[in-house]
Design a protein. Structure first.
Length: 403
């Protein structure tokens, strides 16, 4: 996680004035007394705690997603339909190890925002950026990855972020992962991101880390209205659910939480999910993608929306089903039968056509039982609900009343 040093974010004109003021100060104090200002743009400081731990457990080609998260969020089921193939995504950070086996074959382009270079030799081998990229491709293994360097030696610079976002737009990146930020609102940054978010064609969704301060405060770029603000949650084996990290920043701009020891890890996870959805429906806008991610999140914490979990834990499979219109429709949704008599549940349609019914389950087996073919038999007076579930997770309910 990166933080703005000093919490200052400003446009180019104000920035130039500010640098001039610093130069004047330099003439009054020893050089050793000036902490920063040699480069234009705001400097951001990293917090990489737990990020390497999160990507330590790898699978397959070396992607950065733990087997527990992979299983809990049903990524294997998602990958049967989409892998992020053909979707351009960008990671803006301090660089990356371009030879890391987990990302090497995915990289389609690089950009050094300070120099304007697109040569791989001009990209620093940054561990934070490498980890973020590994997590993203761990979720969406077939994406076209663009590495954008907007700083060096553990610092990100605001003016370079602006150039990096412009480069991402020029490459038609549908998703941009940014694991850094600060507590100051910047109109120019908002405008740059909004140009991506509202573009009439190939609009882009910025997935930004929500912050690791443990305080109620806004954290930008995550807290802008045109980004997906991502908090972090870790699986608690005792509670058997994901629990938001204690040091997570919280506010009323939080969208969702995703697996991660810090929000630096959670943001690229969410970015990977967004890439999967864009493959499923390339015509979808960035706003539509964000809305679907929020609408399908699993509610955690306080009931309904809350400032710690936002809309809840990101759900890749549920989001995919909504994008693709997955579902099951019954010809009849209820019936009345006598004890000892039977009725068979009939399917009207399943979307997609390749999907199949996986199970029929009765809510009250003493009232009505159901076999693997959907035949419901009345046992005693009462009511029961028969839940029909497909292999892809779509569900429909058949209500039976036994007289």
């Amino acid at each position: 996680m990166y933080y703005f040093k000093g919490g200052i974010l400003m446009g180019k004109r104000k920035l130039k004035s500010f640098i001039c003021m610093l130069l004047c100060i330099c003439m009054l104090i020893p050089q050793s007394g000036l902490a920063w200002g040699a480069q234009s743009g705001n400097r951001l400081k990293p917090d990489t705690e737990d990020l390497e731990i999160h990507v330590g457990e790898v699978f397959g080609s070396g992607g950065g997603v733990s087997s527990k998260d992979r299983s809990n969020l049903k990524l294997d089921e998602v990958w049967k339909d989409v892998t992020g193939k053909g979707v351009n995504v960008a990671v803006i950070d301090g660089g990356a190890n371009l030879n890391d086996p987990a990302i090497k074959s995915k990289i389609k382009g690089v950009y050094n925002a300070k120099t304007g270079s697109t040569k791989r030799s001009d990209i620093s081998s940054d561990s934070h950026g490498t980890s973020c990229a590994k997590i993203l491709v761990g979720v969406a293994p077939k994406v076209n990855l663009y590495i954008i360097q907007a700083g060096k030696d553990g610092y990100i610079y605001s003016d370079q972020v602006e150039k990096g976002l412009a480069y991402a737009k020029s490459k038609k990146c549908r998703v941009i992962s940014m694991s850094f930020g600060g507590d100051s609102y910047s109109q120019w940054e908002y405008n740059v991101i909004n140009n991506l978010y509202t573009a009439p064609v190939n609009s882009g969704l910025v997935c930004a880390s929500g912050g690791n301060s443990g305080k109620r405060e806004y954290h930008y770029a995550a807290s802008y209205d045109n980004t997906l603000s991502v908090g972090a949650a870790k699986y608690d084996s005792g509670k058997k659910q994901y629990v938001v990290i204690p040091k997570g920043t919280y506010n009323d701009k939080m969208d969702v939480v995703a697996p991660g020891g810090t929000t630096s890890a959670a943001a690229p996870f969410a970015a990977g999910v967004a890439a999967l959805l864009f493959q499923a429906k390339p015509s979808m806008t960035a706003k539509e993608c964000r809305d679907i991610i929020n609408a399908t999140a699993k509610d955690l914490g306080a009931k309904g929306y809350d400032s710690h979990y936002g809309h809840g834990l990101i759900q890749p499979l549920e989001a995919l089903r909504k994008v693709k219109g997955y579902g099951i429709t019954l010809k009849q949704t209820k019936a009345v039968i006598q004890r000892g008599k039977s009725v068979t549940i009939k399917i009207k349609s399943i979307r997609p056509k390749s999907d199949r019914v996986k199970s029929y389950v009765s809510s009250n087996k003493s009232v009505a039982g159901v076999n693997s073919k959907g035949k419901v038999t009345g046992k005693k007076k009462g009511k029961a609900k028969i839940t029909v579930t497909t292999k892809k997770g779509s569900k429909a309910v058949f209500q039976v009343t036994v007289k």
